[in-house]
Write a protein that binds this ligand. Structure first.
Ligand code: UDP
Length: 322
C-alpha cells in the first residue's frame, strides 16, 4: 500500500512511519516541523520506499489531493500534542485539526482512499465518567487554555464523521491516551520527559498540584500497533476507538517510580495545578479488544526502561557534539 502519514517527523508519526516501512509499504511523510524533528526520521530516510515533504497540511492552497501524492491510506497525526506546545501555538493547533483534517478528508475522498484520524483522550476533557468509554461525550471547557487542542480535535472528529455520513468516506478515528517512549522531545513539557530529564540531571521532579491526579501511560509500540490494526480493519469504518493502556497511576506514584528506576532519591518541587488539568484519566479499551483483538503488551517498567535508555543516549550524543 501507499500511505501518507502527516506529522511524520513527530513522536508518534515517526514510529508509525518505521512500522509501515518494516511492513513493506510505501510511505510519504509530511510535516511542517513546528514540533516535529527530522532526526526522528533517521531510520526511515535510507529506505527507497520513504519520501518526505516539508509542508503544512493545514496551509491555504496546500493541495494534498495532488495526483503525485495519491495514496491508499492517509493517517492524519499532524498536530502539536503536548499542553506546553499547544499553549505556545494555539492557532497552528486549531488549523492542523480543522483545515488539516479537512484537506486529508478531501484528498481521501477524491482518491477513494482510507483515512485514519488521530484524535485524543482530551476530547473527554476533565472526565465525569471513569474509566472513559467511547460513548462518553466529555466535559470540556470550550474557552480554556486547553480548548485549542480539545475543541479542534472534537471538530476534527465531527468533520470526519460528517464525511463518512454524507460522502461515505472510508474513515475511522482513534482516541489516543497518554503515550510515551523513545523520541519524545526532552523539552516538550509532558510529565514523562520532564521527570526523566530532571532525574537524570539530579534535579527535583516538578509535580503540579498535589500529585494525586492520574494518567494511564501506553508505550508507543503498543499504540502504533493499535493504529495499524484500526487502519487495516473493515470493521472500524465510521467508528471511534480508544487506544491506551488501562494501567492507571497517580503522578506522585510516577515520580516515585522514575526516581527509583534511576536510583536517585525522590526530590519534589511543587507548583500549582494548571487550569483545566484533568483530575483522572483511564481508557476503557473494550472496543479495541473486541474489534481489533488489540491490547497493550509492554509494561510500564519495560517501557520506562527503554525510554530512559533513549534519553540517556540522546543526552550523551548532544554532550559529545557540544
Ligand atoms: N505534570 C506534572 N509535572 C510536570 C508535567 C506534567 O505534575 O512536569 C502533570 C500534569 O499537570 C498532568 C499530568 O502530569 O496532570 C500529565 O501531564 P502531561 O502534560 O504529560 O499530559 P496531559 O495533561 O496532556 O495528560
Amino acid at each position: 500500500m501507499r500511505i501518507i502519514v502527516t506529522g511524520a517527523a513527530g513522536f508518534v508519526g515517526s514510529h508509525l512511519v518505521d512500522r509501515y516501512l518494516a511492513d513493506g509499504h510505501i510511505v510519504v511523510g509530511i510535516d511542517n516541523l513546528l514540533t516535529g524533528d527530522p532526526r526522528n526520521l533517521e531510520a526511515a530516510r535510507p529506505s527507497s520506499d520513504f519520501s518526505f515533504l516539508v509542508a503544512d497540511v493545514a496551509a491555504e492552497g496546500f493541495d494534498l489531493g495532488a495526483a503525485a501524492l495519491r495514496a491508499d491510506l492517509i493517517v492524519h497525526c499532524a498536530s502539536p500534542a503536548s499542553p506546553v506546545d499547544y499553549a505556545k501555538a494555539p492557532l497552528e493547533t486549531m488549523a492542523a485539526n480543522s483545515l488539516g483534517t479537512w484537506h486529508c478528508a478531501q484528498a481521501a475522498s477524491a482518491w477513494s482512499a482510507r483515512l485514519l484520524y488521530a484524535s485524543t483522550s482530551e476530547v473527554y476533557g476533565d472526565p465525569l465518567e471513569h474509566p472513559q468509554p467511547e460513548s462518553y461525550w466529555g466535559n470540556v471547557n470550550p474557552i480554556g487554555p486547553r480548548a485549542c487542542y480539545d475543541e479542534s480535535k472534537r471538530f476534527g472528529e465531527a468533520l470526519v464523521t460528517s464525511y463518512v455520513r454524507s460522502l461515505e468516506l472510508d474513515a475511522r478515528i482513534v482516541r489516543i491516551f497518554n503515550t510515551y517512549g523513545p523520541r519524545m522531545r526532552a523539552d516538550d513539557g509532558r510529565v514523562i520527559p520532564n521527570f526523566i530529564g530532571q532525574a537524570l540531571a539530579g534535579n527535583a521532579l516538578t509535580i503540579y498540584g498535589d500529585g494525586s491526579q492520574t494518567r494511564s501511560f501506553c508505550y508507543v509500540s503498543d499504540l502504533v500497533d493499535g493504529i495499524v490494526r484500526c487502519a487495516a480493519s473493515d470493521k472500524t469504518r465510521g467508528v471511534v476507538v480508544n487506544l491506551g493502556n488501562p494501567q492507571e497511576l497517580t503522578i506522585g506514584q510516577l515520580a516515585a517510580k522514575i526516581s527509583e528506576m534511576l536510583g536517585v532519591p525522590l526530590a519534589i518541587e511543587r507548583s500549582p495545578m494548571p487550569a483545566d488539568d484533568p483530575g483522572r484519566r483511564r481508557p476503557d479499551i473494550s472496543r479495541a479488544r473486541e474489534l481489533l483483538g488489540w491490547e497493550p503488551r509492554v509494561s510500564l517498567d519495560e517501557g520506562l526502561r527503554a525510554t530512559i535508555e533513549d534519553f540517556r543516549t540522546r543526552a550523551t550524543r548532544a554532550g559529545s557534539r557540544a
